[in-house]
Every structure is written in structure tokens, then in C-alpha cells.
Write a protein of this length. Sequence first.
Length: 222
Amino acid sequence: MTNIELIIFDMDGLMFDSERIAFSAWQEVLNKHGYEITLDFYLNLIGSNEERIKELCSKEYGSDFPFDELKQERYQVVDRIINNKGLPLKTGLKELLDYLQDKPLKKAVATSTNRERALKLLNLHKLVPYFDYIFCGDEITKSKPHPEIFLKVCEKLNCEPTKTIVLEDSIAGIIASFNANMIPIMIPDMIEPNEAVKDKIYKCFNNLLEVKKYLTENFFQA
């Protein structure tokens, strides 16, 4: 394989064990207001930015669904859960980031979460300095699975898409990185690879420690 110029990290479900927290928060808020959310519907939201989630919720619950109001309530519930229980890092994240510190490539975050929320979560674990660039869901016009967010990162960092690895846990993210002509690596969280993406995944690993091992053996041998 070609030399790698850039590794792009998704955030929720890839760096943080946050998708389950988000689902619990949605359940609490929607139940309070007389709505129900199924796990299957929530899984369809993973990887989407707020505008796309709002669109999907309008289709599911009706055009009068008060998304903006309930979104703010959900943030409050998420913050309460994190304040009480913390925000767990995914297995191997710090080890992988520390390992990549002195490697001749760039690192970026590409998350569907808005910038204010993303920076708040990243700063909880002092992760911002690890990255050359952070690109967020409120800075794009088209949500994953459209490749815009990944292509924007490459453009900003002057890197070739074909020399870019994308680490993702979501189906939408894998499709987006594949459509961007990048190298999609999936580390499943709440969603296992399905037929729509099995032929688009370059590699699939259980955790980021396995990613570190793969990079060591294939790109950065001593």
C-alpha cells in the first residue's frame, strides 16, 4: 500500500464510548415528552450531523416535532451523565494517539457533532493537541454518507485522499470515506458491518489497539 499522509478519526463511538450515553439521553428526553425512540431508529442516526438528524426525526415523528428544543434538553442529560459517570475513552485510543505522535503523518478529527460540543468533549480528555485539524458537523452542508467532511479535511491539510486512512465506527462514515476514495477502516461500536459496507471496508478491527498493531506491522516498522 502507498505511504500514508493523514489519519482521520471519527469521534463519537470511535474515540469516546458516547453513543450509548446519547441513546440513553434521547430515550429519557423523548419519553418525558411522550415520544418513543427505538434502538433501530437511533442506529440510523449515528454518523449524521444535526441537520440530517432533524430531518430524520421530522419524518419519524412528524413535522411538528420540536427538535431544537429537545436537542438542548438532550445535551443537558448527556452533560449530567458525563458529570456523574465520566466519558470513557475507547480501548486503545490514547495508546494509538501517543504512538502516532512522532510519525510522519497528519491527524485530524472529522465528526458530525457540532464544533462547540466536539471541543467540549475533546477537551475533557485533553485530546485537542494531538490533532492537526478538527472538522465538525456544523461546518459542512452535506452529512455523512456524503464524502464532503472527509474531502474538506484533506483539502485543508493538503493531503491526498488516496493516502488517507479513515477510522470509523458508523456505516455512514464508512460509505463517506469510501466515496471519498480513501482507506476506510471500521472499528464497530453499536453497529456491525452490513451488506451495504462489507465490500467498502479495507480492514475491520475490534479496537484501536489492533489498529496500532496493524499500522506498526504495515507502515511504521523499525
